[in-house]
Ligand binder design. Structure first.
Ligand SMILES: Cc1cc2nc3c(=O)[nH]c(=O)nc-3n(C[C@H](O)[C@H](O)[C@H](O)COP(=O)(O)O)c2cc1C
Length: 433
């Protein structure tokens, strides 16, 4: 069975183990002549890398992208593309003590029972490193998705739940609730000091998704998303829209009523009958606590001896932040396929003038936003004059630029360029004031 291949239209095959020579992906069916987005893919790989957060593992890998085939003069040739990332920062001897031990929570025992071969070196193909291939593959299809935007953030980590959602509040956990962030950090520090780990629930919101994606009956959009997300190691469940809480709702509250402007509610999470409705697509999924912990637990050896095992070294206390780029990659792969299918049904392909029309529309929206900003600046100017306040406020200006820079990074934008643009806008605002 080709269980390491994925997708029908945009087909990928991934390979490699955590402590083998390399991890990689082969992609077929890429159109010829596309400028290969090397930097963009490397950036995505950097975002997936461990070691960014305070509660992250210490294995440091450069994860440098190598392209073995399918590219000529920086453009795709239309032939299979092979992307490779070498595993460098590990010593297989470090794992010798695990040769006969099945670590609790890991897939060691199930892999052994299935294949009768035990690659004890750090989880093999069940390791988080396997997800590098998925992230690399997703980098090639970003443009295909147009203005679809994917936002993923935790709504629960251990006993903490988001209550006051503020998407402008950014941090290494992507936790958007100021009110309990400090307590959450303390909680995670304590779990880390105990050598333990914790999981959580991630919320996904996909906007600007066209109606009509998803193909009955075995390529339904929710079914394909569920498969893609649950195929990520450590993900244990998924719910769409109101999900499991629908069990307690009566039909009149669960149905999404419609009026001439569209859906009034979105209990379904933007999918009906496996096809996107055009409403925001929402789902949540649960990530189990990191399997490797520095706490002694009962387990068995390959020859069925009972022993106690405690993982040594430092591990991720919570892998939630590391799952986000991987989940994003999987969603992109699912949507790319669904879009490609829909294009076949629509019998419509975008021409250069279609794309120019899209760009013109975005430019128009930018101009409207700048004009609205200018008007508000004028109001601020009047307010300041009335209350005898200075037009100069360097602290506010610095905070604003910092905030913009953080958001630019979050949305994969060139933060220096964005900073430059905002400086010009701020200078202009001061002139108006
Ligand atoms: C990006 C990513 C990073 C991970 N990092 C770790 C880790 O550092 N330690 C660990 O024990 N499990 C880690 N895992 C989880 C394991 O891959 C997985 O939980 C384990 O092998 C078996 O769980 P499963 O039954 O859900 O596949 C990671 C998973 C992903 C997707």
């Amino acid at each position: 069975m080709r269980s390491n291949s994925y997708n029908k239209y945009y087909g990928i095959t991934t390979f490699g183990e955590s402590h083998g020579k390399a991890i990689g992906v082969v992609i077929e069916d890429v159109k010829p002549g596309i400028l290969f987005p090397f930097k963009k893919i490397q950036k995505l790989l950097n975002e997936r890398k461990p070691g960014k957060g305070k509660f992250s593992t210490t294995r440091k890998e450069q994860d440098e992208l190598q392209v073995l085939s399918g590219i000529f003069n920086d453009r795709t040739t239309g032939l299979p593309i092979c992307m490779l990332i070498y595993n460098k920062n590990f010593k297989s001897e470090d794992y010798d003590h695990l040769k006969n031990i099945f670590r609790p929570g890991h897939a060691d025992i199930s892999y052994y029972k299935k294949f009768k071969i035990y690659d004890h070196r750090g989880g093999g193909r069940a390791s988080g490193r396997e997800t590098i291939s998925r992230v690399a593959a997703s980098g090639l299809i970003t443009d295909l998705l147009g203005d679809i935007s994917i936002n993923i953030y935790p709504v629960k980590i251990g006993k903490f739940t988001i209550s006051e959602e503020d998407l402008t509040f950014c941090n290494h956990l992507n936790w958007h609730d100021r009110s309990n962030y400090d307590q959450l950090e303390k909680y995670l520090k304590k779990i880390k000091s105990e050598g333990n780990s914790i999981g959580g629930i991630l919320q996904v919101k996909i906007d600007n998704i066209p109606a009509g994606l998803g193909d009955p009956v075995f390529e339904k959009l929710d079914a394909n998303l569920a498969k893609a997300i649950v195929s990520i190691g450590s993900v244990k469940g998924i719910e769409f829209g109101d999900g499991f809480s629908l069990a307690a709702l009566k039909g009149d509250l669960a149905n999404d009523e419609m009026d001439k402007n569209g859906f009034i509610t979105n209990h379904s999470g933007g999918i009906l009958g496996g096809i996107s409705t055009g409403s925001e697509l929402t789902f949540r999924f649960v990530v189990k606590p990191t399997s490797s912990i520095n706490i002694s637990q009962k387990t068995i050896t390959k020859d069925n001896k009972q022993i106690k095992f405690k993982s040594s070294g430092r591990h991720d206390t919570c892998i939630i932040p590391r799952i986000i780029p991987v989940a994003k990659a999987m969603i992109k792969l699912v949507l790319a396929d669904a879009k490609a299918y829909q294009k076949l049904i629509d019998n419509k392909s975008h021409t250069l003038s279609d794309y120019r029309e899209m760009i013109d529309k975005i430019d128009e929206e930018l101009l409207i936003a700048i004009s609205r900003r200018q008007k508000i600046s004028e109001l601020i100017g009047r307010y300041k004059k009335k209350h005898d306040l200075s037009t100069e406020d360097s602290k506010r200006e610095n905070d604003l630029l910092q905030n913009i820079k953080t958001k630019a990074n979050m949305w994969n934008l060139d933060s220096q360029l964005i900073k430059k643009i905002w400086k010009i806008l701020l200078e202009n605002s001061k002139k108006i004031q």
